[in-house]
Each structure stands twice: as C-alpha cells, then as structure tokens.
Design a protein around this ligand. Structure first.
Ligand SMILES: Nc1ncnc2c1ncn2[C@@H]1O[C@H](COP(=O)(O)OP(=O)(O)OP(=O)(O)O)[C@@H](O)[C@H]1O
Ligand SMILES: [Mg+2]
Length: 371
C-alpha cells in the first residue's frame, strides 16, 4: 500500500573485499553541504511539528557529516554524538531519522531493542543489523560505514535483576555500547565493518520518566546569578538529564554514549489534522492522487479530519492509527468507483456519513455498496 515515508534506499549486499579502513573517504552522494536550517526545512516537508527534535537532530547530523568529510581530508578521528529520541509511540521518531538520512543520502536501517533482548545471540543480531545497513548501501562498505542506525524501544532494555546476563536488557546495553562507540565488527571470516563513523540514534517512549524527573532537582536548585536568563534556565530544566535515565534503568556507560537527548511531544488534535493534510506525501494527497488516476476528484471537508484525529487520540498510538481510520473510510469508495465510470467527484462531509458521488453534470450517483 502507499507509504508515508520518503523513498528509502534499497538493495542487497554485494562486493567481494569488504575490509574496513580507519579513514575511509566520504561516500559518494553524501550531502554534507546541507546546513542545519536546510535540513530542518527538508524535514518540515514530511514531519509535522517536533521543532525542538528537528533542530537538535539537524545540528548533530550536520556536525557529524561535516566532521566526517573533514576527517577524510585531515585524517583526524571523529568524536561522535549519538542521539537519544524520547517521545511517545507514533510521534515521528522513526520518520524523522528516515527522512534525515534521505536528505543527506546515507543508508538507514532500524532495529528493535526488544528483539535484541529476546535473543540469546545478541552479537549475531547486531551483525545482522549491520549487514542490513550494508545491503541498503548496495554492498558499498564505505557508504555503509557512514550510515545511520536507529534502534527503537531502547527503554525496554531497563536493567532487571534475576535474569541471565546474555538475555537481559543490561547485557544488550553492553553489547550496543561497544558498537555505538566504534568497533570493527566481523560480518564473515574475511569481511568486517567499522562502526566508528556510523551514527546511532536510539529511541524510546520511556513511560514513567516524567515521574522520575518530577522527583529530581532542577537547575534552579544550583544557585545561579541574577544575570541568568530565565528562558535558558527553563530550557535546561526541560531537558532530560543522564541521571533521570540511569534512575529509569539505563546503565551509566550506555547513557554516556548518548550525549544528545531530544524530546518529542505527544501529538495534539491540531497536529494530527496537519499530519493528514500538510506533508508532501500526506494521506490526503496520496488518496487524492489515487482517485485522480481514475478521473475522480476527491474532496474531504475539514470537519472529517477533526473527527479522524479525535478517534486517533482515543487509540493512543500517535499518528499511527490515522491511516487505518482513513483507509476504512475510503474503502467503500475505492471498491465501487472502478465499476461506476460516470463518477467524477467524491465528497466526504463527515466521517459518519456516506460520501456524495457525482457525475460530470453534478448529478448524484448512487453507490450500490453505501451503508
Ligand atoms: N510528526 C509527524 N509528522 C508526520 N507524520 C507523522 C508524525 N508522527 C507520526 N507520523 C506518522 O505516523 C507514522 C508512525 O510514526 P513513527 O514510525 O515515526 O513513530 P515512532 O515515534 O517511531 O513510534 P514508535 O515509538 O512506536 O516506534 C509515520 O509513518 C507517519 O505516517
Ligand atoms: Mg519508531
């Protein structure tokens, strides 16, 4: 079915000698020239809201790839700023990372921390993730070594006592921190990938973190001079601190490898409406295109989007449920229209009423499958 993410790279691994070198030149096609504001502008076309997270990510990605290009020139090593995205489910964490990697033209893969925690063979799973990245780079090791790996549900790696170390969340954190920092991972007896320049972005909902944070002291606690800017102070206080994450259950070494933390906000009704209508590849635009291909003009009243958003809020999975509700609304039309060639217009005035079908003269057409 139609997808809401911009055209990801694809491909399968190939190539024979995949030996990593510590100072590989920057990949062909890497757009390290995009400034943070240009990156945010690009993101704005696909991701609604989440301005703070967009800016934070854009700055990290810009600095990372700038350093990478510089390092290839100067042979210097790169200090990496891996990122942690904290936000409720379906608020755009994966979408942000996918869109950013498209903007700069680097391969991107997502992995699930929960499945890492469920296997006894964590290292094999990690190798499989890196192999997928190599696949996304069409077997080009240099490109893969400059890719982005997004590890979701990192909050599920909370350390819990009484479990086998190899299967515990803490064990996975240890395995991950090695590759996040940069290491040579063997993909086969003769092939290895260097993870030093791969950007790792971790994401998670961290349910319960708010409660921990409200119990921890703020910066106002430390005495600050009269010259302190209250807005900056408020911003600092709104930040998630490493100590909050440690209290949540991440091990300090792991937290230490995620120096940048960005917060994503829960989506409001207004944002959900915008998500359906504003992005370049919004659901509305996608379905308008599908209908247009059949010679039919689709119009949906603003009220319908509000009704869908309200239902989606009830489902509590962010923007994730929008497509399902939308498709359900569209199904009777998508089913009937190919058999009704005289239909030229379809108009929805409410989610809870059958849409009006019209022919070229504006006369009503009866939809035989209307409920
Ligand atoms: N801010 C947003 N702007 C535009 N679309 C969004 C936004 N947030 C979510 N979506 C839509 O919802 C879908 C799910 O979002 P995404 O996969 O990015 O969620 P997530 O935050 O990674 O959730 P999870 O924690 O469950 O992995 C996206 O494919 C996109 O269609
Ligand atoms: Mg996700």
């Amino acid at each position: 079915m139609v997808s809401n993410t911009p055209n990801p790279h694809g491909g399968t691994p190939q190539g024979s000698t995949l030996l990593a070198s510590p100072s590989t030149p920057p990949s062909a096609g890497l757009r390290a020239d995009l400034t943070p504001s240009a990156l945010v502008h690009y993101l704005d076309q696909y991701v609604v809201g989440q301005d703070d997270a967009k800016r934070t990510l854009a700055v990290v990605v810009y600095a990372h790839y700038k350093k990478l290009v510089g390092a290839a020139r100067h042979n210097a090593s790169i200090a990496k700023s891996n990122v942690l995205l904290v936000g409720p489910t379906g608020t755009g964490k994966t979408l942000l990372c996918q869109t950013l990697s498209n903007a700069i033209g680097v391969p991107f893969v997502t992995a699930d921390a929960t499945s890492l925690a469920q296997t006894r063979y964590v290292n094999e799973e990690i190798e499989a993730i890196l192999l997928r990245l190599l696949g996304k780079a069409d077997g080009d090791l240099t490109r893969a070594q400059h890719g982005i790996v997004f590890i979701d549900e990192i909050d599920k790696l909370k350390s819990a006592s009484g479990q086998l170390r190899s299967t515990s969340g803490e064990g996975v954190q240890h395995a991950l921190l090695k590759i996040m920092e940069g290491s040579l991972v063997k993909l086969s007896p003769t092939h290895a990938i260097d993870t030093s320049n791969i950007l790792f972005i971790c994401g998670g909902a961290f349910v319960g973190l708010d409660k921990i944070r409200s119990g921890n002291p703020n910066y106002g606690f430390i005495s600050v001079g009269d010259s302190a800017n209250q807005k900056i102070l408020d911003k600092l206080n709104a930040r998630i601190k490493p100590t909050d994450l440690i209290e949540f259950g991440l091990i300090p070494e792991f937290t230490g490898r995620l120096p940048v933390i960005a917060n994503l906000q829960a989506l409001t009704r207004a944002t959900l409406v915008k998500i359906m209508t504003e992005p370049r590849n919004s659901i509305y635009n996608q379905f308008r295109d599908i209908m247009k291909d059949q010679g039919v003009e689709l119009t949906i009243a603003p009220r319908v989007f509000v009704e869908i958003a309200e239902l989606a809020l009830e489902y509590k999975v962010g923007a994730r449920s929008l497509r399902g509700i939308f498709e359900e609304m569209m199904t009777p039309v998508l089913y009937a229209v190919p058999d009704l060639p005289q239909v030229r217009k379809v108009n929805f005035s409410s989610l809870f009423a059958n849409p009006a079908l019209q022919d070229a003269q504006g006369a009503a057409v009866v939809n035989p499958v209307a409920v």
